[in-house]
Design a protein around this ligand. Structure first.
Ligand code: C2E
Ligand code: CA
Ligand code: CA
Length: 846
C-alpha cells in the first residue's frame, strides 16, 4: 500500500492553515509553516519526503516567490510540486504564479473539492515526471546518450519480434586493448574516445532502417541491424572503421567487430551478444582483421575447453593419460631405432582424445607441467620394465613443454626420475621445441648443458616452425635436429620446400648434427629425404603413434640399437670450445689464420693454415703488412674490430659474423671464432678460425621467405585483376581469390586496360590466349612493374615455354587447383616482386 503523502502548508494566517488542514487531513499528513524561512528549515529536517507544497504568496520574512527560488536551487526540493494560494481568481496573478514555477494555484475562498483535486493532480504529475527521469537514467547511457544495455537489448527484441520476416545481425564492437589506451590518455581521453565510438555507431545506424544500438559496457557497443548478407555487413564494417579512423587520427585505435547472424530468433539478445563476443575474441590482437562472424564451432570449442578443464585433474589421477610411442626409422636400413612418446587421453566415455585438443589448453592453464611429469614417469617405468624383461632397448624421447622449461629444477627432476627407475640417460631423450631458444633464456642454456653433461640427448623439436634460423644452431647445444612437419605439407605443390629441406640437411651435416624429418607420410617424401642424406624419419609412412604393447612387438623383432653416443665432435671444434687446442693451427681441418693486432685497429695476417689455403687458394700472409679490416664490408668493420678488442681485453674468445666481397664482386659471409694466444710489447696475437657461412645466410633468407609464404593468411586484401576471354576461367579465379582479395575481371585486353586505369591493381592474371601480335598488355603502371601471372591451357608445353619468354612472374594452368592459385598469388603479393626480380628469386631456389 502507498504510504500517506505529506503536504507542507505555508501560510502566515493560522486560520487559513487550519481550514486547509481540515480539508486535507484525512488523506494527507500535513505539516505547517508560518513563513518561508521556517518552511525551508522544515524541508531540510523533514523525516519523510514532502510530496507537495501549498504556498501563500503573501508571507512575511521571505515572500512566496523568493521561497520558490530558494527551493529550485536545492536539487532535493526542486522537483516538489507547489500550489500557490492567490487572493482572488484573476488572470494576472495566476499567470504570474505559473511563470514563477508554480505547478498550479487555488484562489480564495477555498473550495474543498477543488483543493483536493488540484493537489491530487500535481502529486500524480510529479510522480510521472519522476518516473520519466528514472526511466531516462535507466535507459540511456549518461556518458554518450545512447541506449544503455538493457534498453538496447529490449529494443532489439522488439525489432526482432515486430519484423518476423526480416533477417537480423547482432554486431558487437569494441576497441582492441582499450585499457592500454585508457591508461595512456587517462580517463578523460578514454571517455572522449567512447563518445567518438557513440558517434561512430550513430553514423553507422543513420543510413539503416530498423536498426538500434547501445552501449553495453565500457568500450563495448552493440548494433542490432537488418542482415543483408555477409558482403554487405563486411562493407558496412569496413566503411565504419575507416570513418572512425578519420575521426580519431591521434589514437591509432583498432576497432574489433564480432558478428552474430541471428539464426536462432528465440535466443535471448544477451546470448546473441555473447556469441558476437566469442567471434570478436578470435580476432583480438590481429592487426589485419577487424571482424569475425560467429559460428557454432566457436561455442562448442569453448564448451569443450571448459569440459576438459573440469575433468583434467581426475583424469590424471585415474590414469586416463597414456603415452603412445611413434617409432623413428633409420633411413638407411628402414628399421626402427627409437620412438617419441606422445600423450593420449583415453577418456572413459568420450574415447580417444588427441593431444592437439588438450595440450594447448593445458599449456594455457599450466596443467601441462603435471602431465609432462606424469608421461616422463610412465616412460621411465616402461623402459625399466622392458629392460627387466629383456626387451631390446631403444631410446625414447619425451616432450618438454615451454612451461616446464622455466622450472629451475627441471634437470634435477629428470635426473632423479631416471635414477629412481634405474634408466640409463642415453635411453631417455628430451625434445625441446625450437621456439624457446629464441627467448635467449640463460636458464635454458644452463639446463640443457646440465642434462647433456649427465648423458641425456637433447633434440631440437619443430625446427623451422618458429623464428629462429640456422644461425642459432652454432650458439646452442643440441644433439639432434627434428625438422618441422611444415616442410612436408607444402612439398606437394612447390619445389621450394625440397630445396630448403636439402639445404637444412646439408647445413646440419656440416655441423655434424643428425636430422630427423617429421610428418613424413608419402613414399616420394621418403625417397627424396633419403636422396638428400636425411638420417631418420618419423611419420605415418612408417608408423603411427601406437600403444606400448604394439611398439614392444615392433622392436622385439629388432636388434638392439647402438645409441647415439657419437655426439657431434666436430661441433666443439668448429665453434672452438675445445680448450686444449694448441697454436699449431696446421693440425686442424678448418681454415684458420694467425692475426697480429696492433693499436688503432690495425690487424695483420701473419700466417694461414693448410685448410685455409686449400679453401681459398692463397695464404693470407702473402700480402705482407696489410690491414685485414680493409677487406671487410663497411657495415661490419666496427663489429669486427670491436670483437677483436674484446678478445684482447679479456684475453679470451669471441665470435663475429661479417660479410665481404671476393674479387669477382660476390658477397661472402664468414663466421669467425677468435682466440687470444699471446702478447708482445707492441701487439697481441690471436688465432681466427674461419667458416664460410654464405650458404647458411642465404638459406636463412630462403627459410624466412618460405615462412612468410606459408604464413600469408593474415595478409591485407589486395586488388587482383583477371583478364581472360574465358568466362569459366574468370569465374573460377574470382571464386578462388575473392576470399582474400578484391577481384576485378575483364574479358578483353581493352577492358583490362580500363580496369587498370580505374583501380589500384596489385596483381594481374592474364590469359595468354589474349596475346596477339599487335596488342600488348600494359604491365607497367605509373612506372611500377605489376606482377603478372599467366593463365595457360593445361599441359601445353609450347605455350608454357612461350609464356616464360614474356615478362611474367609465374603461371597457372587450367583447370585451376585452388591451393596453387592461392599460393602463387599470395607469394607474389607477399614478396612484392615483379617478373624481373622474381626470376632471381626462382633461380635462387633452383
Ligand atoms: P610434436 O612433438 O611435433 O609431435 C609430432 C606430432 O606429429 C604428433 O602429433 C604425431 O602424431 C604427428 N605425426 C607424426 N607423423 C605424422 C605424419 O606423418 N603426418 C601427420 N599429419 N602427423 C604426424 P600428436 O601426437 O597429435 O601431438 C601433437 C603435439 O602435441 C606434439 O607435437 C607435441 O607438441 C604435443 N604433445 C604430445 N604429447 C605431449 C606431451 O606428453 N607433453 C607435451 N609437452 N607435449 C605433447
Ligand atoms: Ca615432439
Ligand atoms: Ca615436432
Amino acid at each position: 500500500m502507498d504510504r500517506q503523502k505529506t503536504v507542507l502548508v505555508i501560510d502566515d494566517s493560522a486560520m487559513n492553515r487550519s481550514i486547509l488542514c481540515e480539508i486535507l487531513c484525512q488523506e494527507y499528513t500535513i505539516v505547517e509553516a508560518e513563513n518561508g524561512v521556517q518552511a525551508l528549515k522544515m524541508l531540510k529536517n523533514a523525516k519523510s519526503k514532502v510530496d507537495a507544497i501549498i504556498l501563500d504568496i503573501l508571507i512575511p520574512e521571505m515572500g512566496g516567490y523568493e521561497f520558490m527560488e530558494c527551493m529550485k536551487k536545492d536539487n532535493r526540493f526542486a522537483q516538489i510540486p507547489v500550489i500557490i494560494l492567490t487572493e482572488k481568481a484573476d488572470r494576472a496573478s495566476e499567470r504570474k504564479a505559473l511563470e514563477n514555477g508554480a505547478w498550479d494555484f487555488v484562489s480564495k475562498p477555498y473550495d474543498a473539492e477543488i483543493v483536493k483535486l488540484r493537489l491530487k493532480n500535481v502529486i500524480a504529475r510529479s510522480q510521472v515526471s519522476l518516473l520519466k527521469e528514472l526511466n531516462h537514467v535507466m535507459n540511456y547511457d549518461p556518458l554518450t546518450g545512447v541506449y544503455s544495455k538493457n534498453k538496447f537489448f529490449s529494443a532489439s527484441k522488439t525489432l526482432l519480434t515486430s519484423n518476423p520476416d526480416k533477417k537480423f545481425a547482432f554486431l558487437r564492437l569494441d576497441i582492441d586493448r582499450f585499457k592500454l589506451i585508457n591508461s595512456f590518455f587517462g580517463n578523460v581521453g578514454g571517455d572522449k574516445l567512447i563518445k567518438y565510438m557513440a558517434k561512430h555507431i550513430r553514423d553507422f545506424a543513420k543510413t539503416t532502417e530498423c536498426c538500434t544500438f547501445g552501449r553495453i559496457d565500457a568500450d563495448v557497443f552493440g548494433i542490432f541491424t537488418p542482415y543483408q548478407g555477409k558482403e554487405h555487413t563486411i562493407e558496412q564494417i569496413e566503411q565504419a572503421v575507416s570513418r572512425m579512423k578519420a575521426l580519431t587520427p591521434n589514437y591509432n585505435i583498432m576497432l574489433v567487430y564480432g558478428v552474430y547472424i541471428v539464426t536462432d530468433r528465440e535466443l535471448p539478445i544477451s546470448q546473441m551478444c555473447d556469441r558476437a563476443a566469442l567471434a570478436a575474441k578470435t580476432v583480438k590482437g590481429h592487426y589485419m582483421k577487424n571482424y569475425a562472424f560467429y559460428d557454432d564451432k566457436m561455442r562448442l570449442s569453448l564448451e569443450n575447453e571448459q569440459n576438459i578443464i573440469n575433468e583434467m585433474s581426475d583424469a590424471l589421477e585415474n590414469h586416463e593419460f597414456v603415452p603412445y610411442y611413434q617409432p623413428k626409422y633409420d633411413v638407411k636400413t628402414n628399421k626402427p631405432v627409437g620412438a617419441e612418446a606422445l600423450a593420449r587421453w583415453i577418456h572413459p566415455t568420450k574415447g580417444f582424445i588427441s593431444p592437439g585438443v588438450f595440450i594447448p589448453i593445458f599449456e594455457k592453464n599450466g596443467f601441462i607441467s603435471k602431465l609432462d611429469l606424469y608421461i616422463w614417469e610412465c616412460v621411465c617405468k616402461q623402459l625399466k620394465e622392458w629392460k627387466d624383461r629383456g626387451v631390446p632397448l631403444f631410446p625414447v624421447s619425451v616432450n618438454v613443454s615451454r612451461v616446464n622449461l622455466y622450472n629451475p629444477n627441471l634437470s634435477k627432476i629428470i635426473i632423479e626420475l631416471t635414477k629412481k627407475y634405474d634408466v640409463d640417460p642415453k635411453y631417455f631423450n628430451i625434445e625441446i621445441t625450437e621456439s624457446v631458444y629464441t627467448d635467449k633464456n640463460i636458464l635454458i642454456d644452463e639446463m640443457t648443458n646440465q642434462l647433456r653433461s649427465n648423458g641425456f640427448t637433447i633434440l631440437m623439436d619443430d625446427f623451422g616452425s618458429g623464428y629462429s634460423s640456422l644461425n642459432v644452431l652454432k650458439d646452442i647445444q643440441v644433439d639432434v635436429l627434428k625438422m618441422d612437419m611444415m616442410f612436408m605439407f607444402k612439398a606437394k605443390y612447390e619445389g621450394r620446400a625440397e630445396t630448403i629441406i636439402s639445404s637444412v640437411i646439408r647445413m646440419a651435416k656440416w655441423l655434424n648434427i643428425p636430422v630427423i624429418a617429421e610428418g613424413v607420410d608419402k613414399a616420394e617424401q621418403v625417397d627424396f629425404l633419403r636422396s638428400v642424406g636425411c638420417d631418420f624419419i618419423q611419420g605415418f609412412y612408417f608408423a603411427k603413434p601406437m600403444p606400448a604393447k604394439d611398439y614392444e612387438k615392433l622392436i622385439s623383432e629388432q636388434e638392439e640399437f647402438a645409441v647415439s653416443e657419437t655426439r657431434s665432435s666436430a661441433n666443439g671444434l668448429l665453434w672452438g670450445n675445445n680448450s686444449g687446442l694448441a697454436v699449431s693451427i696446421d693440425d686442424i681441418d678448418q681454415p684458420a689464420m694467425i692475426l697480429e693486432c696492433f693499436p688503432n685497429d690495425n690487424i695483420e695476417a701473419v700466417s694461414s693454415n693448410k685448410a685455409f689455403i686449400r679453401a681459398y687458394g692463397f695464404d693470407s700472409s702473402m700480402y705482407g703488412k696489410f690491414n685485414v679490416v680493409n677487406c671487410i664490408d663497411e657495415g661490419y668493420k666496427e663489429l669486427y674490430t670491436s670483437t677483436i678488442r674484446k678478445v684482447i681485453e679479456n684475453k679470451g674468445r669471441a665470435d663475429c659474423v661479417f660479410s665481404m666481397h671476393d674479387i669477382n664482386g660476390k658477397k661472402l659471409w664468414f663466421s669467425t671464432h677468435f682466440r687470444y694466444i699471446s702478447e708482445t710489447d707492441i701487439s697481441t696475437v690471436i688465432v681466427a678460425y674461419i667458416t664460410d657461412v654464405t650458404d647458411m645466410v642465404f638459406m636463412d633468407q630462403r627459410i624466412n621467405d618460405y615462412k612468410d609464404y606459408v604464413k600469408n593468411e593474415t595478409e591485407r586484401r589486395h586488388n587482383v585483376l583477371v583478364v581472360s576471354g574465358d568466362e569459366e576461367a574468370r569465374k573460377e579465379l574470382d571464386r578462388i581469390l575473392s576470399q582474400n582479395n578484391d577481384v576485378f575481371t575483364a574479358d578483353s585486353v581493352e577492358n583490362g586496360k580500363k580496369q587498370l586505369s580505374e583501380h589500384e591493381i596489385d596483381l594481374v592474371y592474364f590469359d595468354i590466349e589474349l596475346i596477339s601480335e599487335n596488342e600488348a598488355f600494359p604491365l607497367d603502371v605509373d612506372g611500377k612493374k605489376l606482377p603478372v601471372i599467366a593463365i595457360i591451357p593445361s599441359h601445353d608445353e609450347f605455350s608454357r615455354r612461350a609464356v616464360l619468354k614474356q615478362r611474367v612472374s609465374d603461371f597457372v594452368m587450367k583447370p585451376f587447383i585452388d591451393e596453387i592459385v592461392r599460393s602463387r598469388t599470395a607469394n607474389l603479393l607477399k614478396i612484392g616482386i615483379t617478373g624481373v626480380a622474381n626470376e632471381k628469386f626462382f633461380s635462387r631456389l633452383k
